[in-house]
Design a protein around this ligand. Sequence first.
Ligand code: ADP
Length: 356
Amino acid sequence: MEKKIFKRIGVLTSGGDAPGMNAAVRSVVRTALKNGVEVVGIKGGYRGLLENDMQILGPHDVSNVINEGGTFLYTDRCLEFKEESGMQKALKVAAEQGLDGIVCIGGDGTFRGAQDLSRRGVPCIGITGTIDNDVSSSDYTVGFDTAMNTVVEMVDRLRDTCESHARCNVVEVMGRDAGYIAVNTAIATGATGCAVKELPFDEDALIEKIKLAKTYGKRNFIVIVSEGMPDGFGEALAKKIQAETEVETKFARLAHVQRGGRPTLRDRVSASKMGEHAVQLLLDGKSNLVVVEREGKIVSRDIEWALMYDKVYKGKAKPEDIAKLDPKVYEGMVELANAKHAEFEDLYRLANSISI
Ligand code: ADP
């Protein structure tokens, strides 16, 4: 088959923003231009595609963005795109604009959109960009490192004042349903405890730990809880710690501060590698793939596989989904998921065991 000549591709950022998305867009633009392909920046995720809100990006349009947080292409959660009528509008605009392919930077929702477009003839390649690190097919998502470093900086500040006043702070961190930010930052901040949605949390053991540490003269206590915990969990835990240990305890939700800020070196480098890889895949005639990091290497996975594996990892795969899979493929997914669970459990154990 003759190789398709790429003349023009689109790039968009969609779903929750993440530091490093700009670095990914820059890499996409620079790689494409070097290969003689024009790039159109689609504004506000899939909404820009529906509404034909886009601009041509020259090499200088991505100057001074590698160091910027947020996404200069803006992002949105476009529900209309999930409807067939929205999809038809998007296909029409993609054809009118002469888009030979689109690089879609975001999380799983973004990849579902990319899959829909790919199936309808617009080749799409996804790049994992979300602070939550909750794309199961990837060891790493762009934005994760910056968000964690922001948490560490904020919690270090809280610890200073906890030490002065002999206080405890229960700190809620982001991650949606995933506890990756929580377990890693709990280890890095020397937290006394950590609670995540995925694994059981022993409140009484934490209380006993604080009581014991108090007798040794410890004055500051940090407890990290992930936002996936039930509503009000962190606030209630703070009250309980104070009541049972007599250590004054405050609750802090770090919230969207974790989504902003200049991307770290790790995020800039990963985003740059992924952007180049995504364009290369499009030029090689590939479609319906997501660029991921696996054991330190940038590789790609079929979006269908990635979304199904995500369900297997999160225990959300329905028997009818599993029945459609080749048993060998399913077995492979279970094996990978088990290894990933074990790694997470190990981090969680460490987060709750080394503080005192
Ligand atoms: P993320 O990409 O970070 O997971 P969302 O879940 O909000 O964020 O998804 C981003 C966007 O992707 C949505 O606003 C919507 O436009 C598109 N999208 C999400 N799910 C689907 C789907 N099932 N089909 C088509 N498009 C989708």
